[in-house]
Design a protein around this ligand. Sequence first.
Ligand SMILES: Cc1cc2nc3c(=O)[nH]c(=O)nc-3n(C[C@H](O)[C@H](O)[C@H](O)COP(=O)(O)OP(=O)(O)OC[C@H]3O[C@@H](n4cnc5c(N)ncnc54)[C@H](O)[C@@H]3O)c2cc1C
Length: 424
Amino acid sequence: MKYLSYWHDTAPVFAGGSNDPVEGHYDIAVIGGGFTGLGAARQLAKAGAKVIVLEAERVGSGASGRNGGHLNNGLAHSFLAAKADLGTERAIALYRALDASIDTLETIIAEEEIDCNFRRAGKLKLASKPKHFDALARNFDAVNREVDQETALLSAADLTSEIGSHFHGAMLSKKSAMMHMGRYATGLATAAARHGAVIQEHAPVVSHGQANGRHTLATSRGTVTANQVLVATGAYTPSQFPYFRRRIIAVGSFIIATRPLTAAEASATMPGNRTCVNSLNVGNYFRLSPDNRLIFGGRARFSAISDQRSDAKSGAILKAALARTFPQLGGVEIDYCWGGLVDLTADRYPRAGFIDGVWYAMGYSGHGAQLSTHLGMIMADEILGRPDANPLKGLSWPSIPGHFGKPWFLPLVGLYYKALDLIQ
Ligand SMILES: Cc1cc2nc3c(=O)[nH]c(=O)nc-3n(C[C@H](O)[C@H](O)[C@H](O)COP(=O)(O)OP(=O)(O)OC[C@H]3O[C@@H](n4cnc5c(N)ncnc54)[C@H](O)[C@@H]3O)c2cc1C
C-alpha cells in the first residue's frame, strides 16, 4: 500500500514552475498554490496583472490534491439550516455560488483543455437511519421548491439501481460532478502559468510585512514585494497570519483507495457511479475513480495531524467502515491511504474578504473542491476593482475563544459527534 494521495500519484507533475530566483515587485502576490490561489492567479494573469504564486511545496500539495474528488453543488449544510443561520437571501446566494462553481470548473476545463475526467455524475446524500430520511425529505422539499429543481428524493427501493449497500433513501443532486483532482490541479497551474502568472514552488512564505502600501514577503528562497496580497493557504495557514489561525480549525480527513475493481465488482458496488455521502456526523464519502477504484473517505479520527502514522491509523478505521458499507468488498486490497487537513470554520461557512491589508478566501469546511477555484476568481475580480459576486461579503467572522492555531479541543469534538450519531 502507498501512503500517498492517489490523485498525486496518477497525475502528470506540473512542469511550468519558475526556475528564476524569488525576487522582484508584483502587482499581486498569492500565497498558496491550491485551487483558491491558482484560480485567482489565472484570473489575475488573464487580466494582464503581474502576479506571483508562492507555494510552500508543490502546487496542489495541500487539500486540493488530497480530497475526495466530490464536486457537490448546493450547500454542505442542509438548506433549511442555512436559511435559519444566514437568512433566505444569503442562503440562496451561497447555494447558487456553489452551483456556479461547478459551471466555472466546466468552463475552465473546456477553455484550457484540461484532461481530468470531469463528469456531471450527480451526488447522493444517503440516509443512514430512517429518521435521517425524514430530515432529508424536509430539506429536499425546500431545496426543490426554492432553489434547485434538478434534485430528486429517492426511496430505499429506488437505491437498488444506485448503490450496492443498504440505506433508507437519499437526496439526489443532479448538477454535482466529479473529476481527477490531481490532473485538474496540474492543468489549472499550467493554465495560470501560460497566461503569465509566475509560479514559485518550494517557496514557503516565512514572514510578511506591510509599509507604505507595499507588502514584503520573505520566502526561504528570496523576497518579493507586492501591492496586494491574497492569502490562499486554507487549513495550512502559517503562524504569520494569526487572524486566520484564530478562526480556522485544521482537522484531518482521511481516504483509502482500493485496487481497481473489476467491472462486475464496480457494478455490484456503485452501479449509479455517482458521488455519495452518508448522513452520519462522523460519516463517510465515496466514489469510483476513473480506473474504478473505490475511493472511500471520512473523518475517521478527530486528529489535527496528517502524517503516515496518523493516516495509517485512520486507514484501518476506514477499511472497517468500507467493509460494513460494502460487505461484498470486505477483503479487497487497499492500494492507497492518505490524509489532508480541512479548513473548518466554527459555523462551517467559508469566508472571503479583506482584513488587515490582505485579501483572503478560505474556510470551505470540507466543501471547497469546487468553490475554491470560483472564490479565488471572485477575489481576483475584487482585487482588480471589477464588480464582484462575493456571496460571503460582510459575513461576520468572530475568533474562536481559546483557539490560537492548534485545535486542542478536537478529541472532545470527536466524542461529541460520535455520541450524537448514537442518539440521533
Ligand atoms: C481528505 C480531504 C477530503 C476532502 N474532500 C472534499 C470533497 O470531496 N469535496 C469537496 O468539496 N471538498 C473536499 N475537501 C476540501 C477541499 O479539498 C478544499 O476545500 C480545497 O481544496 C481548498 O483549496 P485551497 O486552495 O483553499 O487550499 P489548499 O489546497 O490546502 O492550498 C493551500 C496551499 O497553501 C500552501 N501554503 C501553506 N503555507 C504556506 C506558506 N507559508 N507559504 C506558501 N504556501 C503555503 C500549502 O502548501 C497548500 O498548497 C477535502 C479536503 C481533504 C483534506
